[in-house]
Design a protein around this ligand. Structure first.
Ligand code: HEM
Length: 455
């Protein structure tokens, strides 16, 4: 690859170096064929700020934590999410918390935040363990299972129960099928140089619209069923009880947007973390053995509870290390609203800023043997020593993942609940390849044989 040196543009402003773009498509072919490899090689070849040309869209890939902090915190008011991949998922998430902007976003964040308060989520722990135990009670000793599917179903049922007091056990397959269809379509859209509007009846657009319609039908059903029951302390009851200044209810469409957002954002990423973790444990038996030891020592054969978490340190480090190597949100994007400067480079309005946990987490500047799965690296205070925005699986700044504590607690409790009773082995015995859609999915799923180690 030829290194394009920093070149002053016509206005003598510095623009960042980057891989030479081809006509019209720019660097889209490399990006589309191997997104993670392309980002990694751009960062390693061109340094802290690398310019990438994706069709007509100019992006900067940032790998200096100080520059990332500028985008997510220091100058966050100058950046919106309407970038690159978010605009492709608007049909799914609407104007919910993940995709809204400005004052509308802030009002929603304030409204929803109490459901994620430390004390509130501690109360969700018992449901998480109960649901994990109930699922594994049905596991046949020695059976081969689609573990990714199991984890998706489990985390979906949990989030629906704790946030909406709803039972979606009958709907899991439908949600997964619809969401997957939407993800496939989104993934192909952001790799394509041509952007057709949603209303053009291409086969892909039609499949996407049908998937969104199926999700809508389910979520409106949950909302209506819920509305016909007495209000409880759950988040959906609260959303349905909200009244505006004139006493008006929240429009049903907006309740739908919040519900879809929390159902999808609240289960897919945690399920991915667990799936990648099981695969890593299977390929690293010494880690699995140490985990089993901690679970025996701390739990002594009983189910885990929230009160055990402070002593399940290694279990938590396994989750932290798994998200380092396979961050479910492998890239975060923002779009500059007005011209600005990032990392000393002129950044015109409309530029997309990419920040990639995948690239940051596998950088030898911060992690010894960055590709090795070593949960013990987190033992001696590594998290405190790292600069902010080096390890960033949950993003950061005002738009930090609202579910970060929820997710850590859930992944740690589920891992403890299942690993204390079962050993899982990959079939075939190799790590699945990561496939980046909006999230980092294991290509072809995660097929594993489960062996009961404790009744
Ligand atoms: C391992 C699990 C999870 C990971 C890796 C993850 C990752 C992220 C990241 C990186 C963002 C920021 C995106 C950006 O700045 O562009 C985010 C935002 C968000 N996440 Fe999570 N998440 C996880 C679990 C959850 C859970 C369990 C919930 C809800 C129950 C949730 C709900 C949300 C919502 C609503 C936002 C938008 C927040 C806002 O913009 O105010 N996430 N998540």
């Amino acid at each position: 690859m030829t290194v394009q040196t920093e070149a002053p543009d016509a206005g003598q402003r510095r623009i960042p170096p980057g891989p030479p773009p081809r006509r019209i498509v720019g660097n889209l072919p490399e990006f589309a064929s191997d997104l993670l490899g392309f980002f990694t090689s751009c960062a390693r070849t061109y340094g802290d700020v690398a310019r990438v040309q994706l069709g007509s869209r100019t992006g900067y890939l940032l790998t200096n934590p100080a520059d990332i902090e500028q985008v997510l915190v220091g100058q966050h008011r100058n950046f919106i999410k309407h970038s690159f991949f978010w605009r492709h998922v608007r049909a799914v998430f609407g104007d919910g918390l993940l995709t809204s902007e400005g004052d509308a976003w802030l009002a929603q964040r304030r409204m929803i935040q109490p459901a994620f308060h430390k004390d509130r989520i501690a109360g969700y722990g018992a449901v998480m363990v109960e649901f994990a135990d109930r699922m594994t009670d049905d596991w046949q000793d020695g059976a081969a299972r689609s573990i990714h599917r199991d984890m998706m179903g489990l985390t979906l049922e949990i989030v629906a129960k704790v946030l909406f007091d709803s039972d979606v056990s009958e709907d899991v397959a439908e949600v997964e099928r619809s969401f997957e269809a939407a993800l496939v379509q989104v993934a192909s859209r952001f790799r394509s140089p041509i952007r057709l509007p949603d209303w053009v009846p291409t086969p892909g657009n039609l499949r996407y619209a049908a998937a969104v319609r199926r999700l809508d039908a389910l979520v409106y059903r949950i909302i209506r069923e819920h509305g016909s029951r007495p209000a409880g302390p759950d988040l959906l009851s609260m959303l349905l009880a909200v009244r505006g200044d004139g006493g008006e209810r929240m429009p049903e469409r907006l309740v739908r947007d919040q519900a879809v957002t929390l159902l999808l954002a609240g289960h897919e990423t945690t399920a991915l973390t667990l799936s990648w973790t099981w695969a890593l444990l299977s390929t690293h038996p010494h880690v699995e053995e140490r985990l089993a030891r901690e679970l025996r020592d701390v739990l002594g054969g009983r189910a885990p509870t929230v009160a055990d978490l402070p002593r399940l340190r290694y279990t938590e480090h396994v989750v932290t290390e798994s998200m380092r190597l396979y961050p479910p949100a492998y890239a975060i994007g923002r779009e500059a609203v007005a011209d600005c400067e990032i990392g000393g480079f002129h950044t015109p309005a409309g530029t997309t800023l990419f920040m990639s946990p995948w690239v940051m987490h596998r950088d030898a500047r911060w992690f010894d043997e960055p590709d090795a799965f070593r949960p013990e690296r987190w033992e001696a205070g590594l998290a405190e020593r790292l600069a902010r925005f080096v390890y960033m699986p949950f993003g950061g700044g005002p738009r930090l993942c609202i579910g970060n504590r929820f997710a850590m607690m859930e992944a740690t409790l589920i891992l403890a609940a299942i690993a204390r009773r079962f050993r899982l082995r990959l079939e075939p015995d190799r790590m699945p390849a990561p496939y980046p859609t909006i999230t980092l999915r294991p290509q072809g799923g995660v097929r594993m044989r489960v062996t009961r180690t404790l009744d």
